[in-house]
Design a protein around this ligand. Structure first.
Ligand SMILES: [Zn+2]
Length: 290
């Protein structure tokens, strides 16, 4: 079980809490082509937590709760415990325990949104009920899925693409039962929280934007798998559906993050997973916060 210090910050009237499931060394060379030299190029501009000291990138699994005091929105639900064909049996997931430690019972979540439908983002949407059938983990929540993502994911799943290997247990049952709803990729959830289209990693991928009078933030999803991709948008991650579009999306989003002094809430980012991009002579600097 991963015990992490509670990571919580505020963006205006929105309280942001990172819910941590896991942190691990990525396969060497992930994102594609990353070496110790890549990290060394930015040595003075990035935190040491981004690799293991030898150039192997570190990768976290996390979700975020965005709360305005009335509506608690959970963005991404990590791996959970549904098996995926062709992958080792998942370890016990501490995700729900971490959520509880952060002060949220499953009943307290009002909205669940998945940035995309890869298996490591939807796992705790449901769990096995007494008869083994999927049951909604968050009984009072409405689950939101981007329509384009659902349409594309179900097609991929039908062709046996394993990265969509939990859609049948963690997404479809929610739509069938009426708990889930398909929305557009710029859907506004509350006055401050909206979906932001970030296609490339998957066809209907969304990030989640926070805009308040007191600042802005963006939950990345897999728009950037590893924060080094904010420095080098052309670095590819695993399972990228449209590499060129993913790179364009990253380049565009980095500009937005810097211009708006937005907090970056990194779904797979190691360390605190929360930071800011700042322009410095010759490039950018990433400042880790909370
Ligand atoms: Zn992912």
């Amino acid at each position: 079980m991963v015990v992490q210090q509670l990571q919580r910050t505020r963006i205006g009237h929105i309280q942001v809490t990172r819910i941590h499931e896991d942190e691990l060394r990525a396969s060497p060379g992930f994102p594609d082509g990353v070496t110790i030299e890549t990290f060394d190029r930015y040595r003075d501009s990035i935190p040491p937590s981004w690799h293991d000291g030898t150039g192997v990138p570190m990768l976290a699994m996390s979700g975020f709760v965005l709360s305005d005091g009335e509506t608690n929105i959970l963005v991404d639900t990590c791996n959970g415990e549904w098996a995926v064909a062709g992958f080792p049996a998942p370890r016990a997931s501490p995700f729900l325990e971490q959520l509880r430690l952060a002060g949220y019972a499953p009943e307290d979540i009002h909205v669940v949104v998945n940035t995309h439908l890869h298996f490591d983002h939807v796992g705790c949407n449901t769990h096995a009920g007494p008869d083994g059938a999927p049951v909604a983990t968050f009984p009072n929540a409405e689950y939101l899925f981007a329509r384009e993502e659902w349409e594309s994911a179900t097609e991929h799943a039908a062709h046996g693409h394993v990265v969509f290997g939990r859609v049948d247990r963690a997404v479809t049952p929610l739509l069938d039962s009426g708990r889930g709803r398909l929305v557009e990729r710029d859907h506004r959830i509350t006055d401050a929280v909206s979906l932001v289209p970030t296609p490339g990693h998957t066809a209907g991928h969304v990030s989640v934007g926070i805009i308040t009078d007191g600042g802005e933030g963006l939950v990345t999803g897999d728009m950037a798998h590893h924060p080094i991709q904010l420095f080098e948008p052309d670095l590819l991650a695993l399972f990228e559906e449209d590499s060129a579009e993913a790179a364009r999306t990253r380049a565009r989003l980095v500009e937005r993050l810097v211009q708006r002094d937005s907090l970056v809430l990194g779904t797979h980012f190691a360390g605190t997973g929360v930071g800011r991009m700042e322009r410095v002579p010759g490039g950018f600097r990433y400042i880790e916060v909370c």
